[in-house]
Design a protein around this ligand. Structure first.
Ligand code: IMP
Length: 421
């Protein structure tokens, strides 16, 4: 049984959690392959809202195995808090498995993330300040501390000593390895039962014919290699990274579902061609409740950008698209959709510019589509249907799911759920 990847097709916050939550009900495994507590998935389940940062959203469906893969970075204190909150609200975490190869976010990573943003001033990236970049940097520099290091208190202490000999040079208040090891022990004891060889578990599940979902965090345009660098995250959200992040071969993946909002949002700094000017930006933000799950920051809102989406379809090898939050557009009489960019030399393109200067100065060319101006609580009105078909035609890709409201049930599946994943 091949695995399915769910990937963000814009700048994150596309509503992947809701799509994963829906598909998880028909899957056996749900696995996160990159990112850390910079992610925030909001899922509304039976009227209750859950905000998840590390734990895959499949945890809300009974009996699923939920994997946090080797490509993730984990803040141990925050993960314990998340587990405790789920348990207190009656959600069992017995199915959670954490890769021993995932890296840990340490207090110095969080401190360095904030200090570096302060130092950058006007040039700052607008990170979530959760220590993501510094943790991935240490992983690449081979100075990182991994989940498996918490299995042995002696090893953990030694790792702290080595790391702090370097990191204390950057900290206003130096840390002491012994103190830190003692403080970490409570957390470590809570997490030990969840540590597993997740690569092996997933491979065995696939061989046994079980259904496996691989869930990306953030989105394509925040990808470290293919996104709008340097205004990106420090990992690879794109679908190709699912195999490395989990530890399975790329031949195990057959379908890639991109998730995009029916408009676009972006948190943090960086170019954003279709950002809405004037009062409509605030209108979309209010209607879509566009405030960050992790930081509470206002999200910048823009009209749907088919140039960006075409790029996402390409770099992810998307096999279908889930279009979320279509209901947010229900009050607009006309809806602009960006079909091409005009570049600084006056030429027009429907392909995402490969060069940063072209992208930074790209102007959107819109086509105005008629709105439907009625709630989406039954079958889609004809204008909403046309909006979806317009996207399908532009991308040459099938829209397999349409989000029409926050609740778990508010999803239209034009061709049914069977065969999606
Ligand atoms: P970092 O991942 O905290 O280093 O932040 C780098 C960039 O990615 C910033 O622009 C963040 O706002 C953005 N970012 C990180 N995680 C998310 C997410 O889950 N949704 C949307 N944007 C994110």
């Amino acid at each position: 049984m091949p695995a399915t990847v769910i990937v963000g097709a814009q700048w994150g916050d596309e509503g992947k959690g809701k799509i994963v939550d829906l598909l998880a009900q028909h899957s056996d495994f749900v696995c996160r392959y990159q990112g850390g507590p910079n992610a925030g998935h909001t899922i509304v389940c039976d009227g209750e809202t859950f905000k998840l940062h590390h734990v895959p959203s499949g945890i809300l469906s009974d009996g699923k195995i939920c994997v946090v893969g080797a490509g993730c970075v984990i803040d141990p204190g925050l993960l314990v808090e998340e587990i405790d909150e789920l348990e207190q609200r009656g959600v069992t975490t017995a199915g959670l498995r954490v890769s021993g190869n995932a890296h840990l976010i340490m207090p110095w990573h969080v401190a360095i993330d904030s200090a570096s943003e302060r130092r950058l001033g006007k040039l700052q990236i607008g990170t979530t300040r959760r220590g993501i970049g510094p943790a991935y940097a240490d992983k690449a520099a081979r100075l990182g501390i991994r989940v498996q290091d918490i299995l042995d208190p002696k090893i953990l202490r030694q790792k702290f000593e080595t790391a702090l000999a370097e990191k204390n040079r950057f900290l206003d208040e130096p840390l002491e390895a012994g103190d830190l090891a003692d403080r970490m022990e409570t957390c470590a004891a809570r997490l030990r039962p969840y540590v597993a060889d997740t690569s092996l578990l997933v491979e065995r599940a696939l061989k046994a014919g079980q259904k496996v979902l691989l869930e990306g965090a953030q989105g394509t345009l925040l990808d470290l290699d293919h996104g709008t660098y340097p205004f990106v995250t420090s990992s690879n959200p794109i679908a190709g990274a699912a195999a490395t992040g989990i530890g399975i071969g790329p031949t195990r993946i057959e379908s890639v579902i991109g998730v995009a909002k029916a408009y676009v949002t972006r948190v943090g700094e960086g170019p954003f061609p279709t950002e809405i000017e004037g009062a409509d930006q605030e209108r979309v933000r209010e209607l879509g409740a566009e405030y960050g799950t992790t930081t509470g920051r206002e999200r910048r809102c823009g009209w749907l950008d088919l140039v960006g989406l075409r790029f996402a379809a390409r770099v992810n090898g998307m096999t279908s698209l889930a279009l979320t939050k279509l209901d947010v557009l229900s009050t607009f009489a006309e809806i602009p959709v960006c079909v091409r960019y005009r570049l600084p030399d006056g030429s027009e393109t429907d392909e995402f510019p490969a060069h940063q200067s072209d992208f930074h100065h790209a102007r959107p060319i819109y086509e105005l589509l008629p709105g439907w101006e009625e709630p989406l609580d039954g079958a889609l009105p004809p204008a909403a249907q046309r909006y979806v078909e317009f996207v399908e035609a532009a991308l040459e890709l099938e829209v397999c799911m349409i989000g029409t409201g926050a609740d778990r049930e508010q999803v239209v599946t034009p061709r049914g759920l069977a065969g999606i994943a």
